[in-house]
Design a protein around this ligand. Structure first.
Ligand code: ZN
Ligand code: ZN
Length: 555
């Protein structure tokens, strides 16, 4: 069936298939033996993605104090937020009881307004960063050691300023990289070693400025090569020539030549690895995937993104793993849950949970742990629970709330603090016109001896004194001041890299711009004319091939 997106500023048409309807039926919850059907979505897939992202503040971190102990903390919630924020150890401790904020359901007022009132009372966890060792400045992270300003990343060591990195060591300024070490400014690369400015590369070492390289070593500014050693601009060079190129680094003229080389080589329509029946982009070791992005080791996933491991039979989920039969969930693990926001210790058979862990048969709760049969943070018996939830759902259905994720107005963050602003950028006026929040962000002036414009930095790392750790650098693009930390300076020296001229946020923005948008276009293979779906928009200059023409061209 054809549906029109309910957001008046969007109103685009989208399709709901019979297969989608069968899925909504399958995940519809049952209370007292009676199924409560989840209706088809009212927002188009992009507006649903934007709604999830508007709840995710990854990188806008602030120094503030804990509302419980007054201890200094780093937090994704700025001090002006109208609720209590605890340090991570305080939040995870037994020193407070989320049930004390419990409310009785009020049949005369809307569900979301009651949930919003509960949400404003229950203390928030300053960051989601578990089992961190010397890695306090990190968010949505797990098991990292000696890391700084990394986000959505697990099991890394000695890594800085990166997003979505897994099992990496000594990587700086990278995104979507796995099982790699000694990388700088790399994107979408796997099992790489000691490489700089590589994108879509696998099993490479000592490569600088590489695009779509596999099994290569000692390359400079190469594109689409397989199992090559000592190449520059796709032509063989001597070891001395290669060394001289990486000593010199990329000049403007060479960069133009590299970009020109990229435009002459065929690009894969999509970057999947070992998939079956996959529609989307960056799908890895997965099967039966519909319209999804960055999905790994998963099956039967639709309209989802950033499913990092073992997703099964999920729809409209994001930043989740080890999840089965989940619908409209964000940052969850578990089974048969819907409309939940951040749940890391697996939960099951629950709806509308927020920051709850290890909860089962719960509805509309905030900050609970190891609980069952709770509604609005109030404990019920199984029988009471099964009788009351259908009444709440009936009221939600009447109010047009049933089957919807939390409205963006319930996000604790301003829109421009969240990842939504990265994927769906809006002006302040547009944000306010939609009734969403905006926050003016100003940098705290670093307490330093001096601030120097980036253009005045010496080109060679050999000429950078230790004293730089006491300065701030003024970003060449945004004029925002930023500091270099000791671990970072040691990395640049080890890798013989110049000190960056841009603020970490600007570096992040430029890195993310290297990736294609999370959108698919129907086009034709530019070699054989076969119909393809690709994340390369039709007006882009790249040569885009179907998988078989691409493989024939590069091997
Ligand atoms: Zn829409
Ligand atoms: Zn083709």
């Amino acid at each position: 069936m054809q549906q029109t997106c309910r957001n008046p500023w969007c109103a685009q048409a989208f399709t709901i298939t019979d297969d989608d309807l069968a899925f909504y039926d399958k995940v519809s919850p049952v209370f007292n033996g009676k199924k409560e059907p989840i209706p088809p979505p009212t927002l188009c897939p992009e507006c649903r993605m934007q709604r999830h992202l508007a709840f995710r503040n990854e990188r806008s971190l602030q120094k503030r104090t804990s509302s419980l102990s007054g201890a200094p903390i780093v937090s994704m919630y700025s001090e002006d937020k109208p609720f209590q924020v605890y340090s991570q150890s305080e939040w995870w401790s037994d020193h407070w009881d989320p049930l004390q904020y419990g409310q009785s359901w009020d049949a005369s007022s809307s569900f979301f307004s009651q949930l919003a009132s509960l949400l404003s009372g229950v203390p928030k966890n300053c960051l989601h960063n578990l089992e961190a060792e010397n890695a306090e400045y990190a968010n949505y992270c797990w098991h990292n050691k000696n890391c700084y300003l990394i986000f959505g990343s697990d099991k890394n060591q000695d890594s800085l300023y990166s997003l979505w990195i897994y099992e990496c060591q000594n990587v700086v300024d990278c995104a979507f990289c796995y099982n790699s070490s000694l990388l700088y400014q790399c994107v979408d690369s796997v099992r790489c070693y000691q490489s700089v400015h590589c994108q879509d590369c696998e099993d490479v070492r000592d490569c600088w400025y590489g695009y779509d390289l596999k099994g290569c070593s000692r390359c400079f500014a190469c594109v689409g090569l397989r199992q090559k050693d000592l190449h520059a601009f796709n032509k063989p060079v001597t070891e001395e020539e290669w060394k001289s190129l990486i000593r010199q680094g990329m000049t403007n003229r060479m960069e133009q030549a590299f970009l020109a080389l990229r435009q002459t080589r065929p690009h894969r329509a999509v970057h999947h690895i070992n998939t079956e029946d996959a529609q989307g982009e960056y799908i890895v070791h997965s099967s039966r995937i519909i319209n999804s992005f960055d999905i790994r080791n998963s099956q039967d996933i639709r309209y989802s993104h950033d499913i990092f491991d073992r997703g099964k039979d999920c729809a409209h989920c994001s930043f989740s793993g080890e999840a089965e039969l989940c619908y409209e969930c964000y940052e969850v693990k578990g089974h048969a849950i819907a409309f939940c926001n951040r749940n890391w210790l697996p939960s099951s058979n629950s709806l509308y949970l927020w920051d709850c862990d290890d909860c089962h048969h719960c509805f509309a709760c905030v900050g609970l742990r190891k609980k069952s049969y709770c509604i609005l943070n109030k404990q019920y018996t199984k029988e009471e629970y099964e009788a009351l939830v259908p009444k709440i759902i009936a009221k939600m259905r009447a109010d047009g709330e049933w089957g919807e994720f939390f409205p963006v107005t319930m996000s604790p963050f301003a829109y421009n603090e969240t990842v939504a602003q990265e994927y769906f950028p809006l002006t302040k006026e547009e944000v306010l016109a939609r009734g969403w929040k905006w926050r003016e962000q100003t940098d705290e002036m670093p307490k330093v001896e001096k601030i120097i414009p980036a253009a005045q930095l010496p080109d060679s790392i050999n000429d950078i004194p230790d004293d730089i750790l006491n300065w701030a650098i003024e970003c060449e693009a945004t004029k925002r001041p930023f500091k270099i930390i000791k671990q970072e300076l040691e990395f640049y020296r080890q890798m013989r890299l110049p000190v960056p001229h841009f603020h970490p946020d600007e570096r992040h923005r430029r890195r993310m711009a290297l990736r294609n948008p999370r959108k698919l276009w129907k086009r034709e293979c530019m070699k054989c004319g076969k119909a393809i779906e690709t994340s390369y928009a039709p007006e882009r200059p790249e040569i885009v091939y179907c998988e078989s023409c691409y493989l024939a061209a590069v091997y």
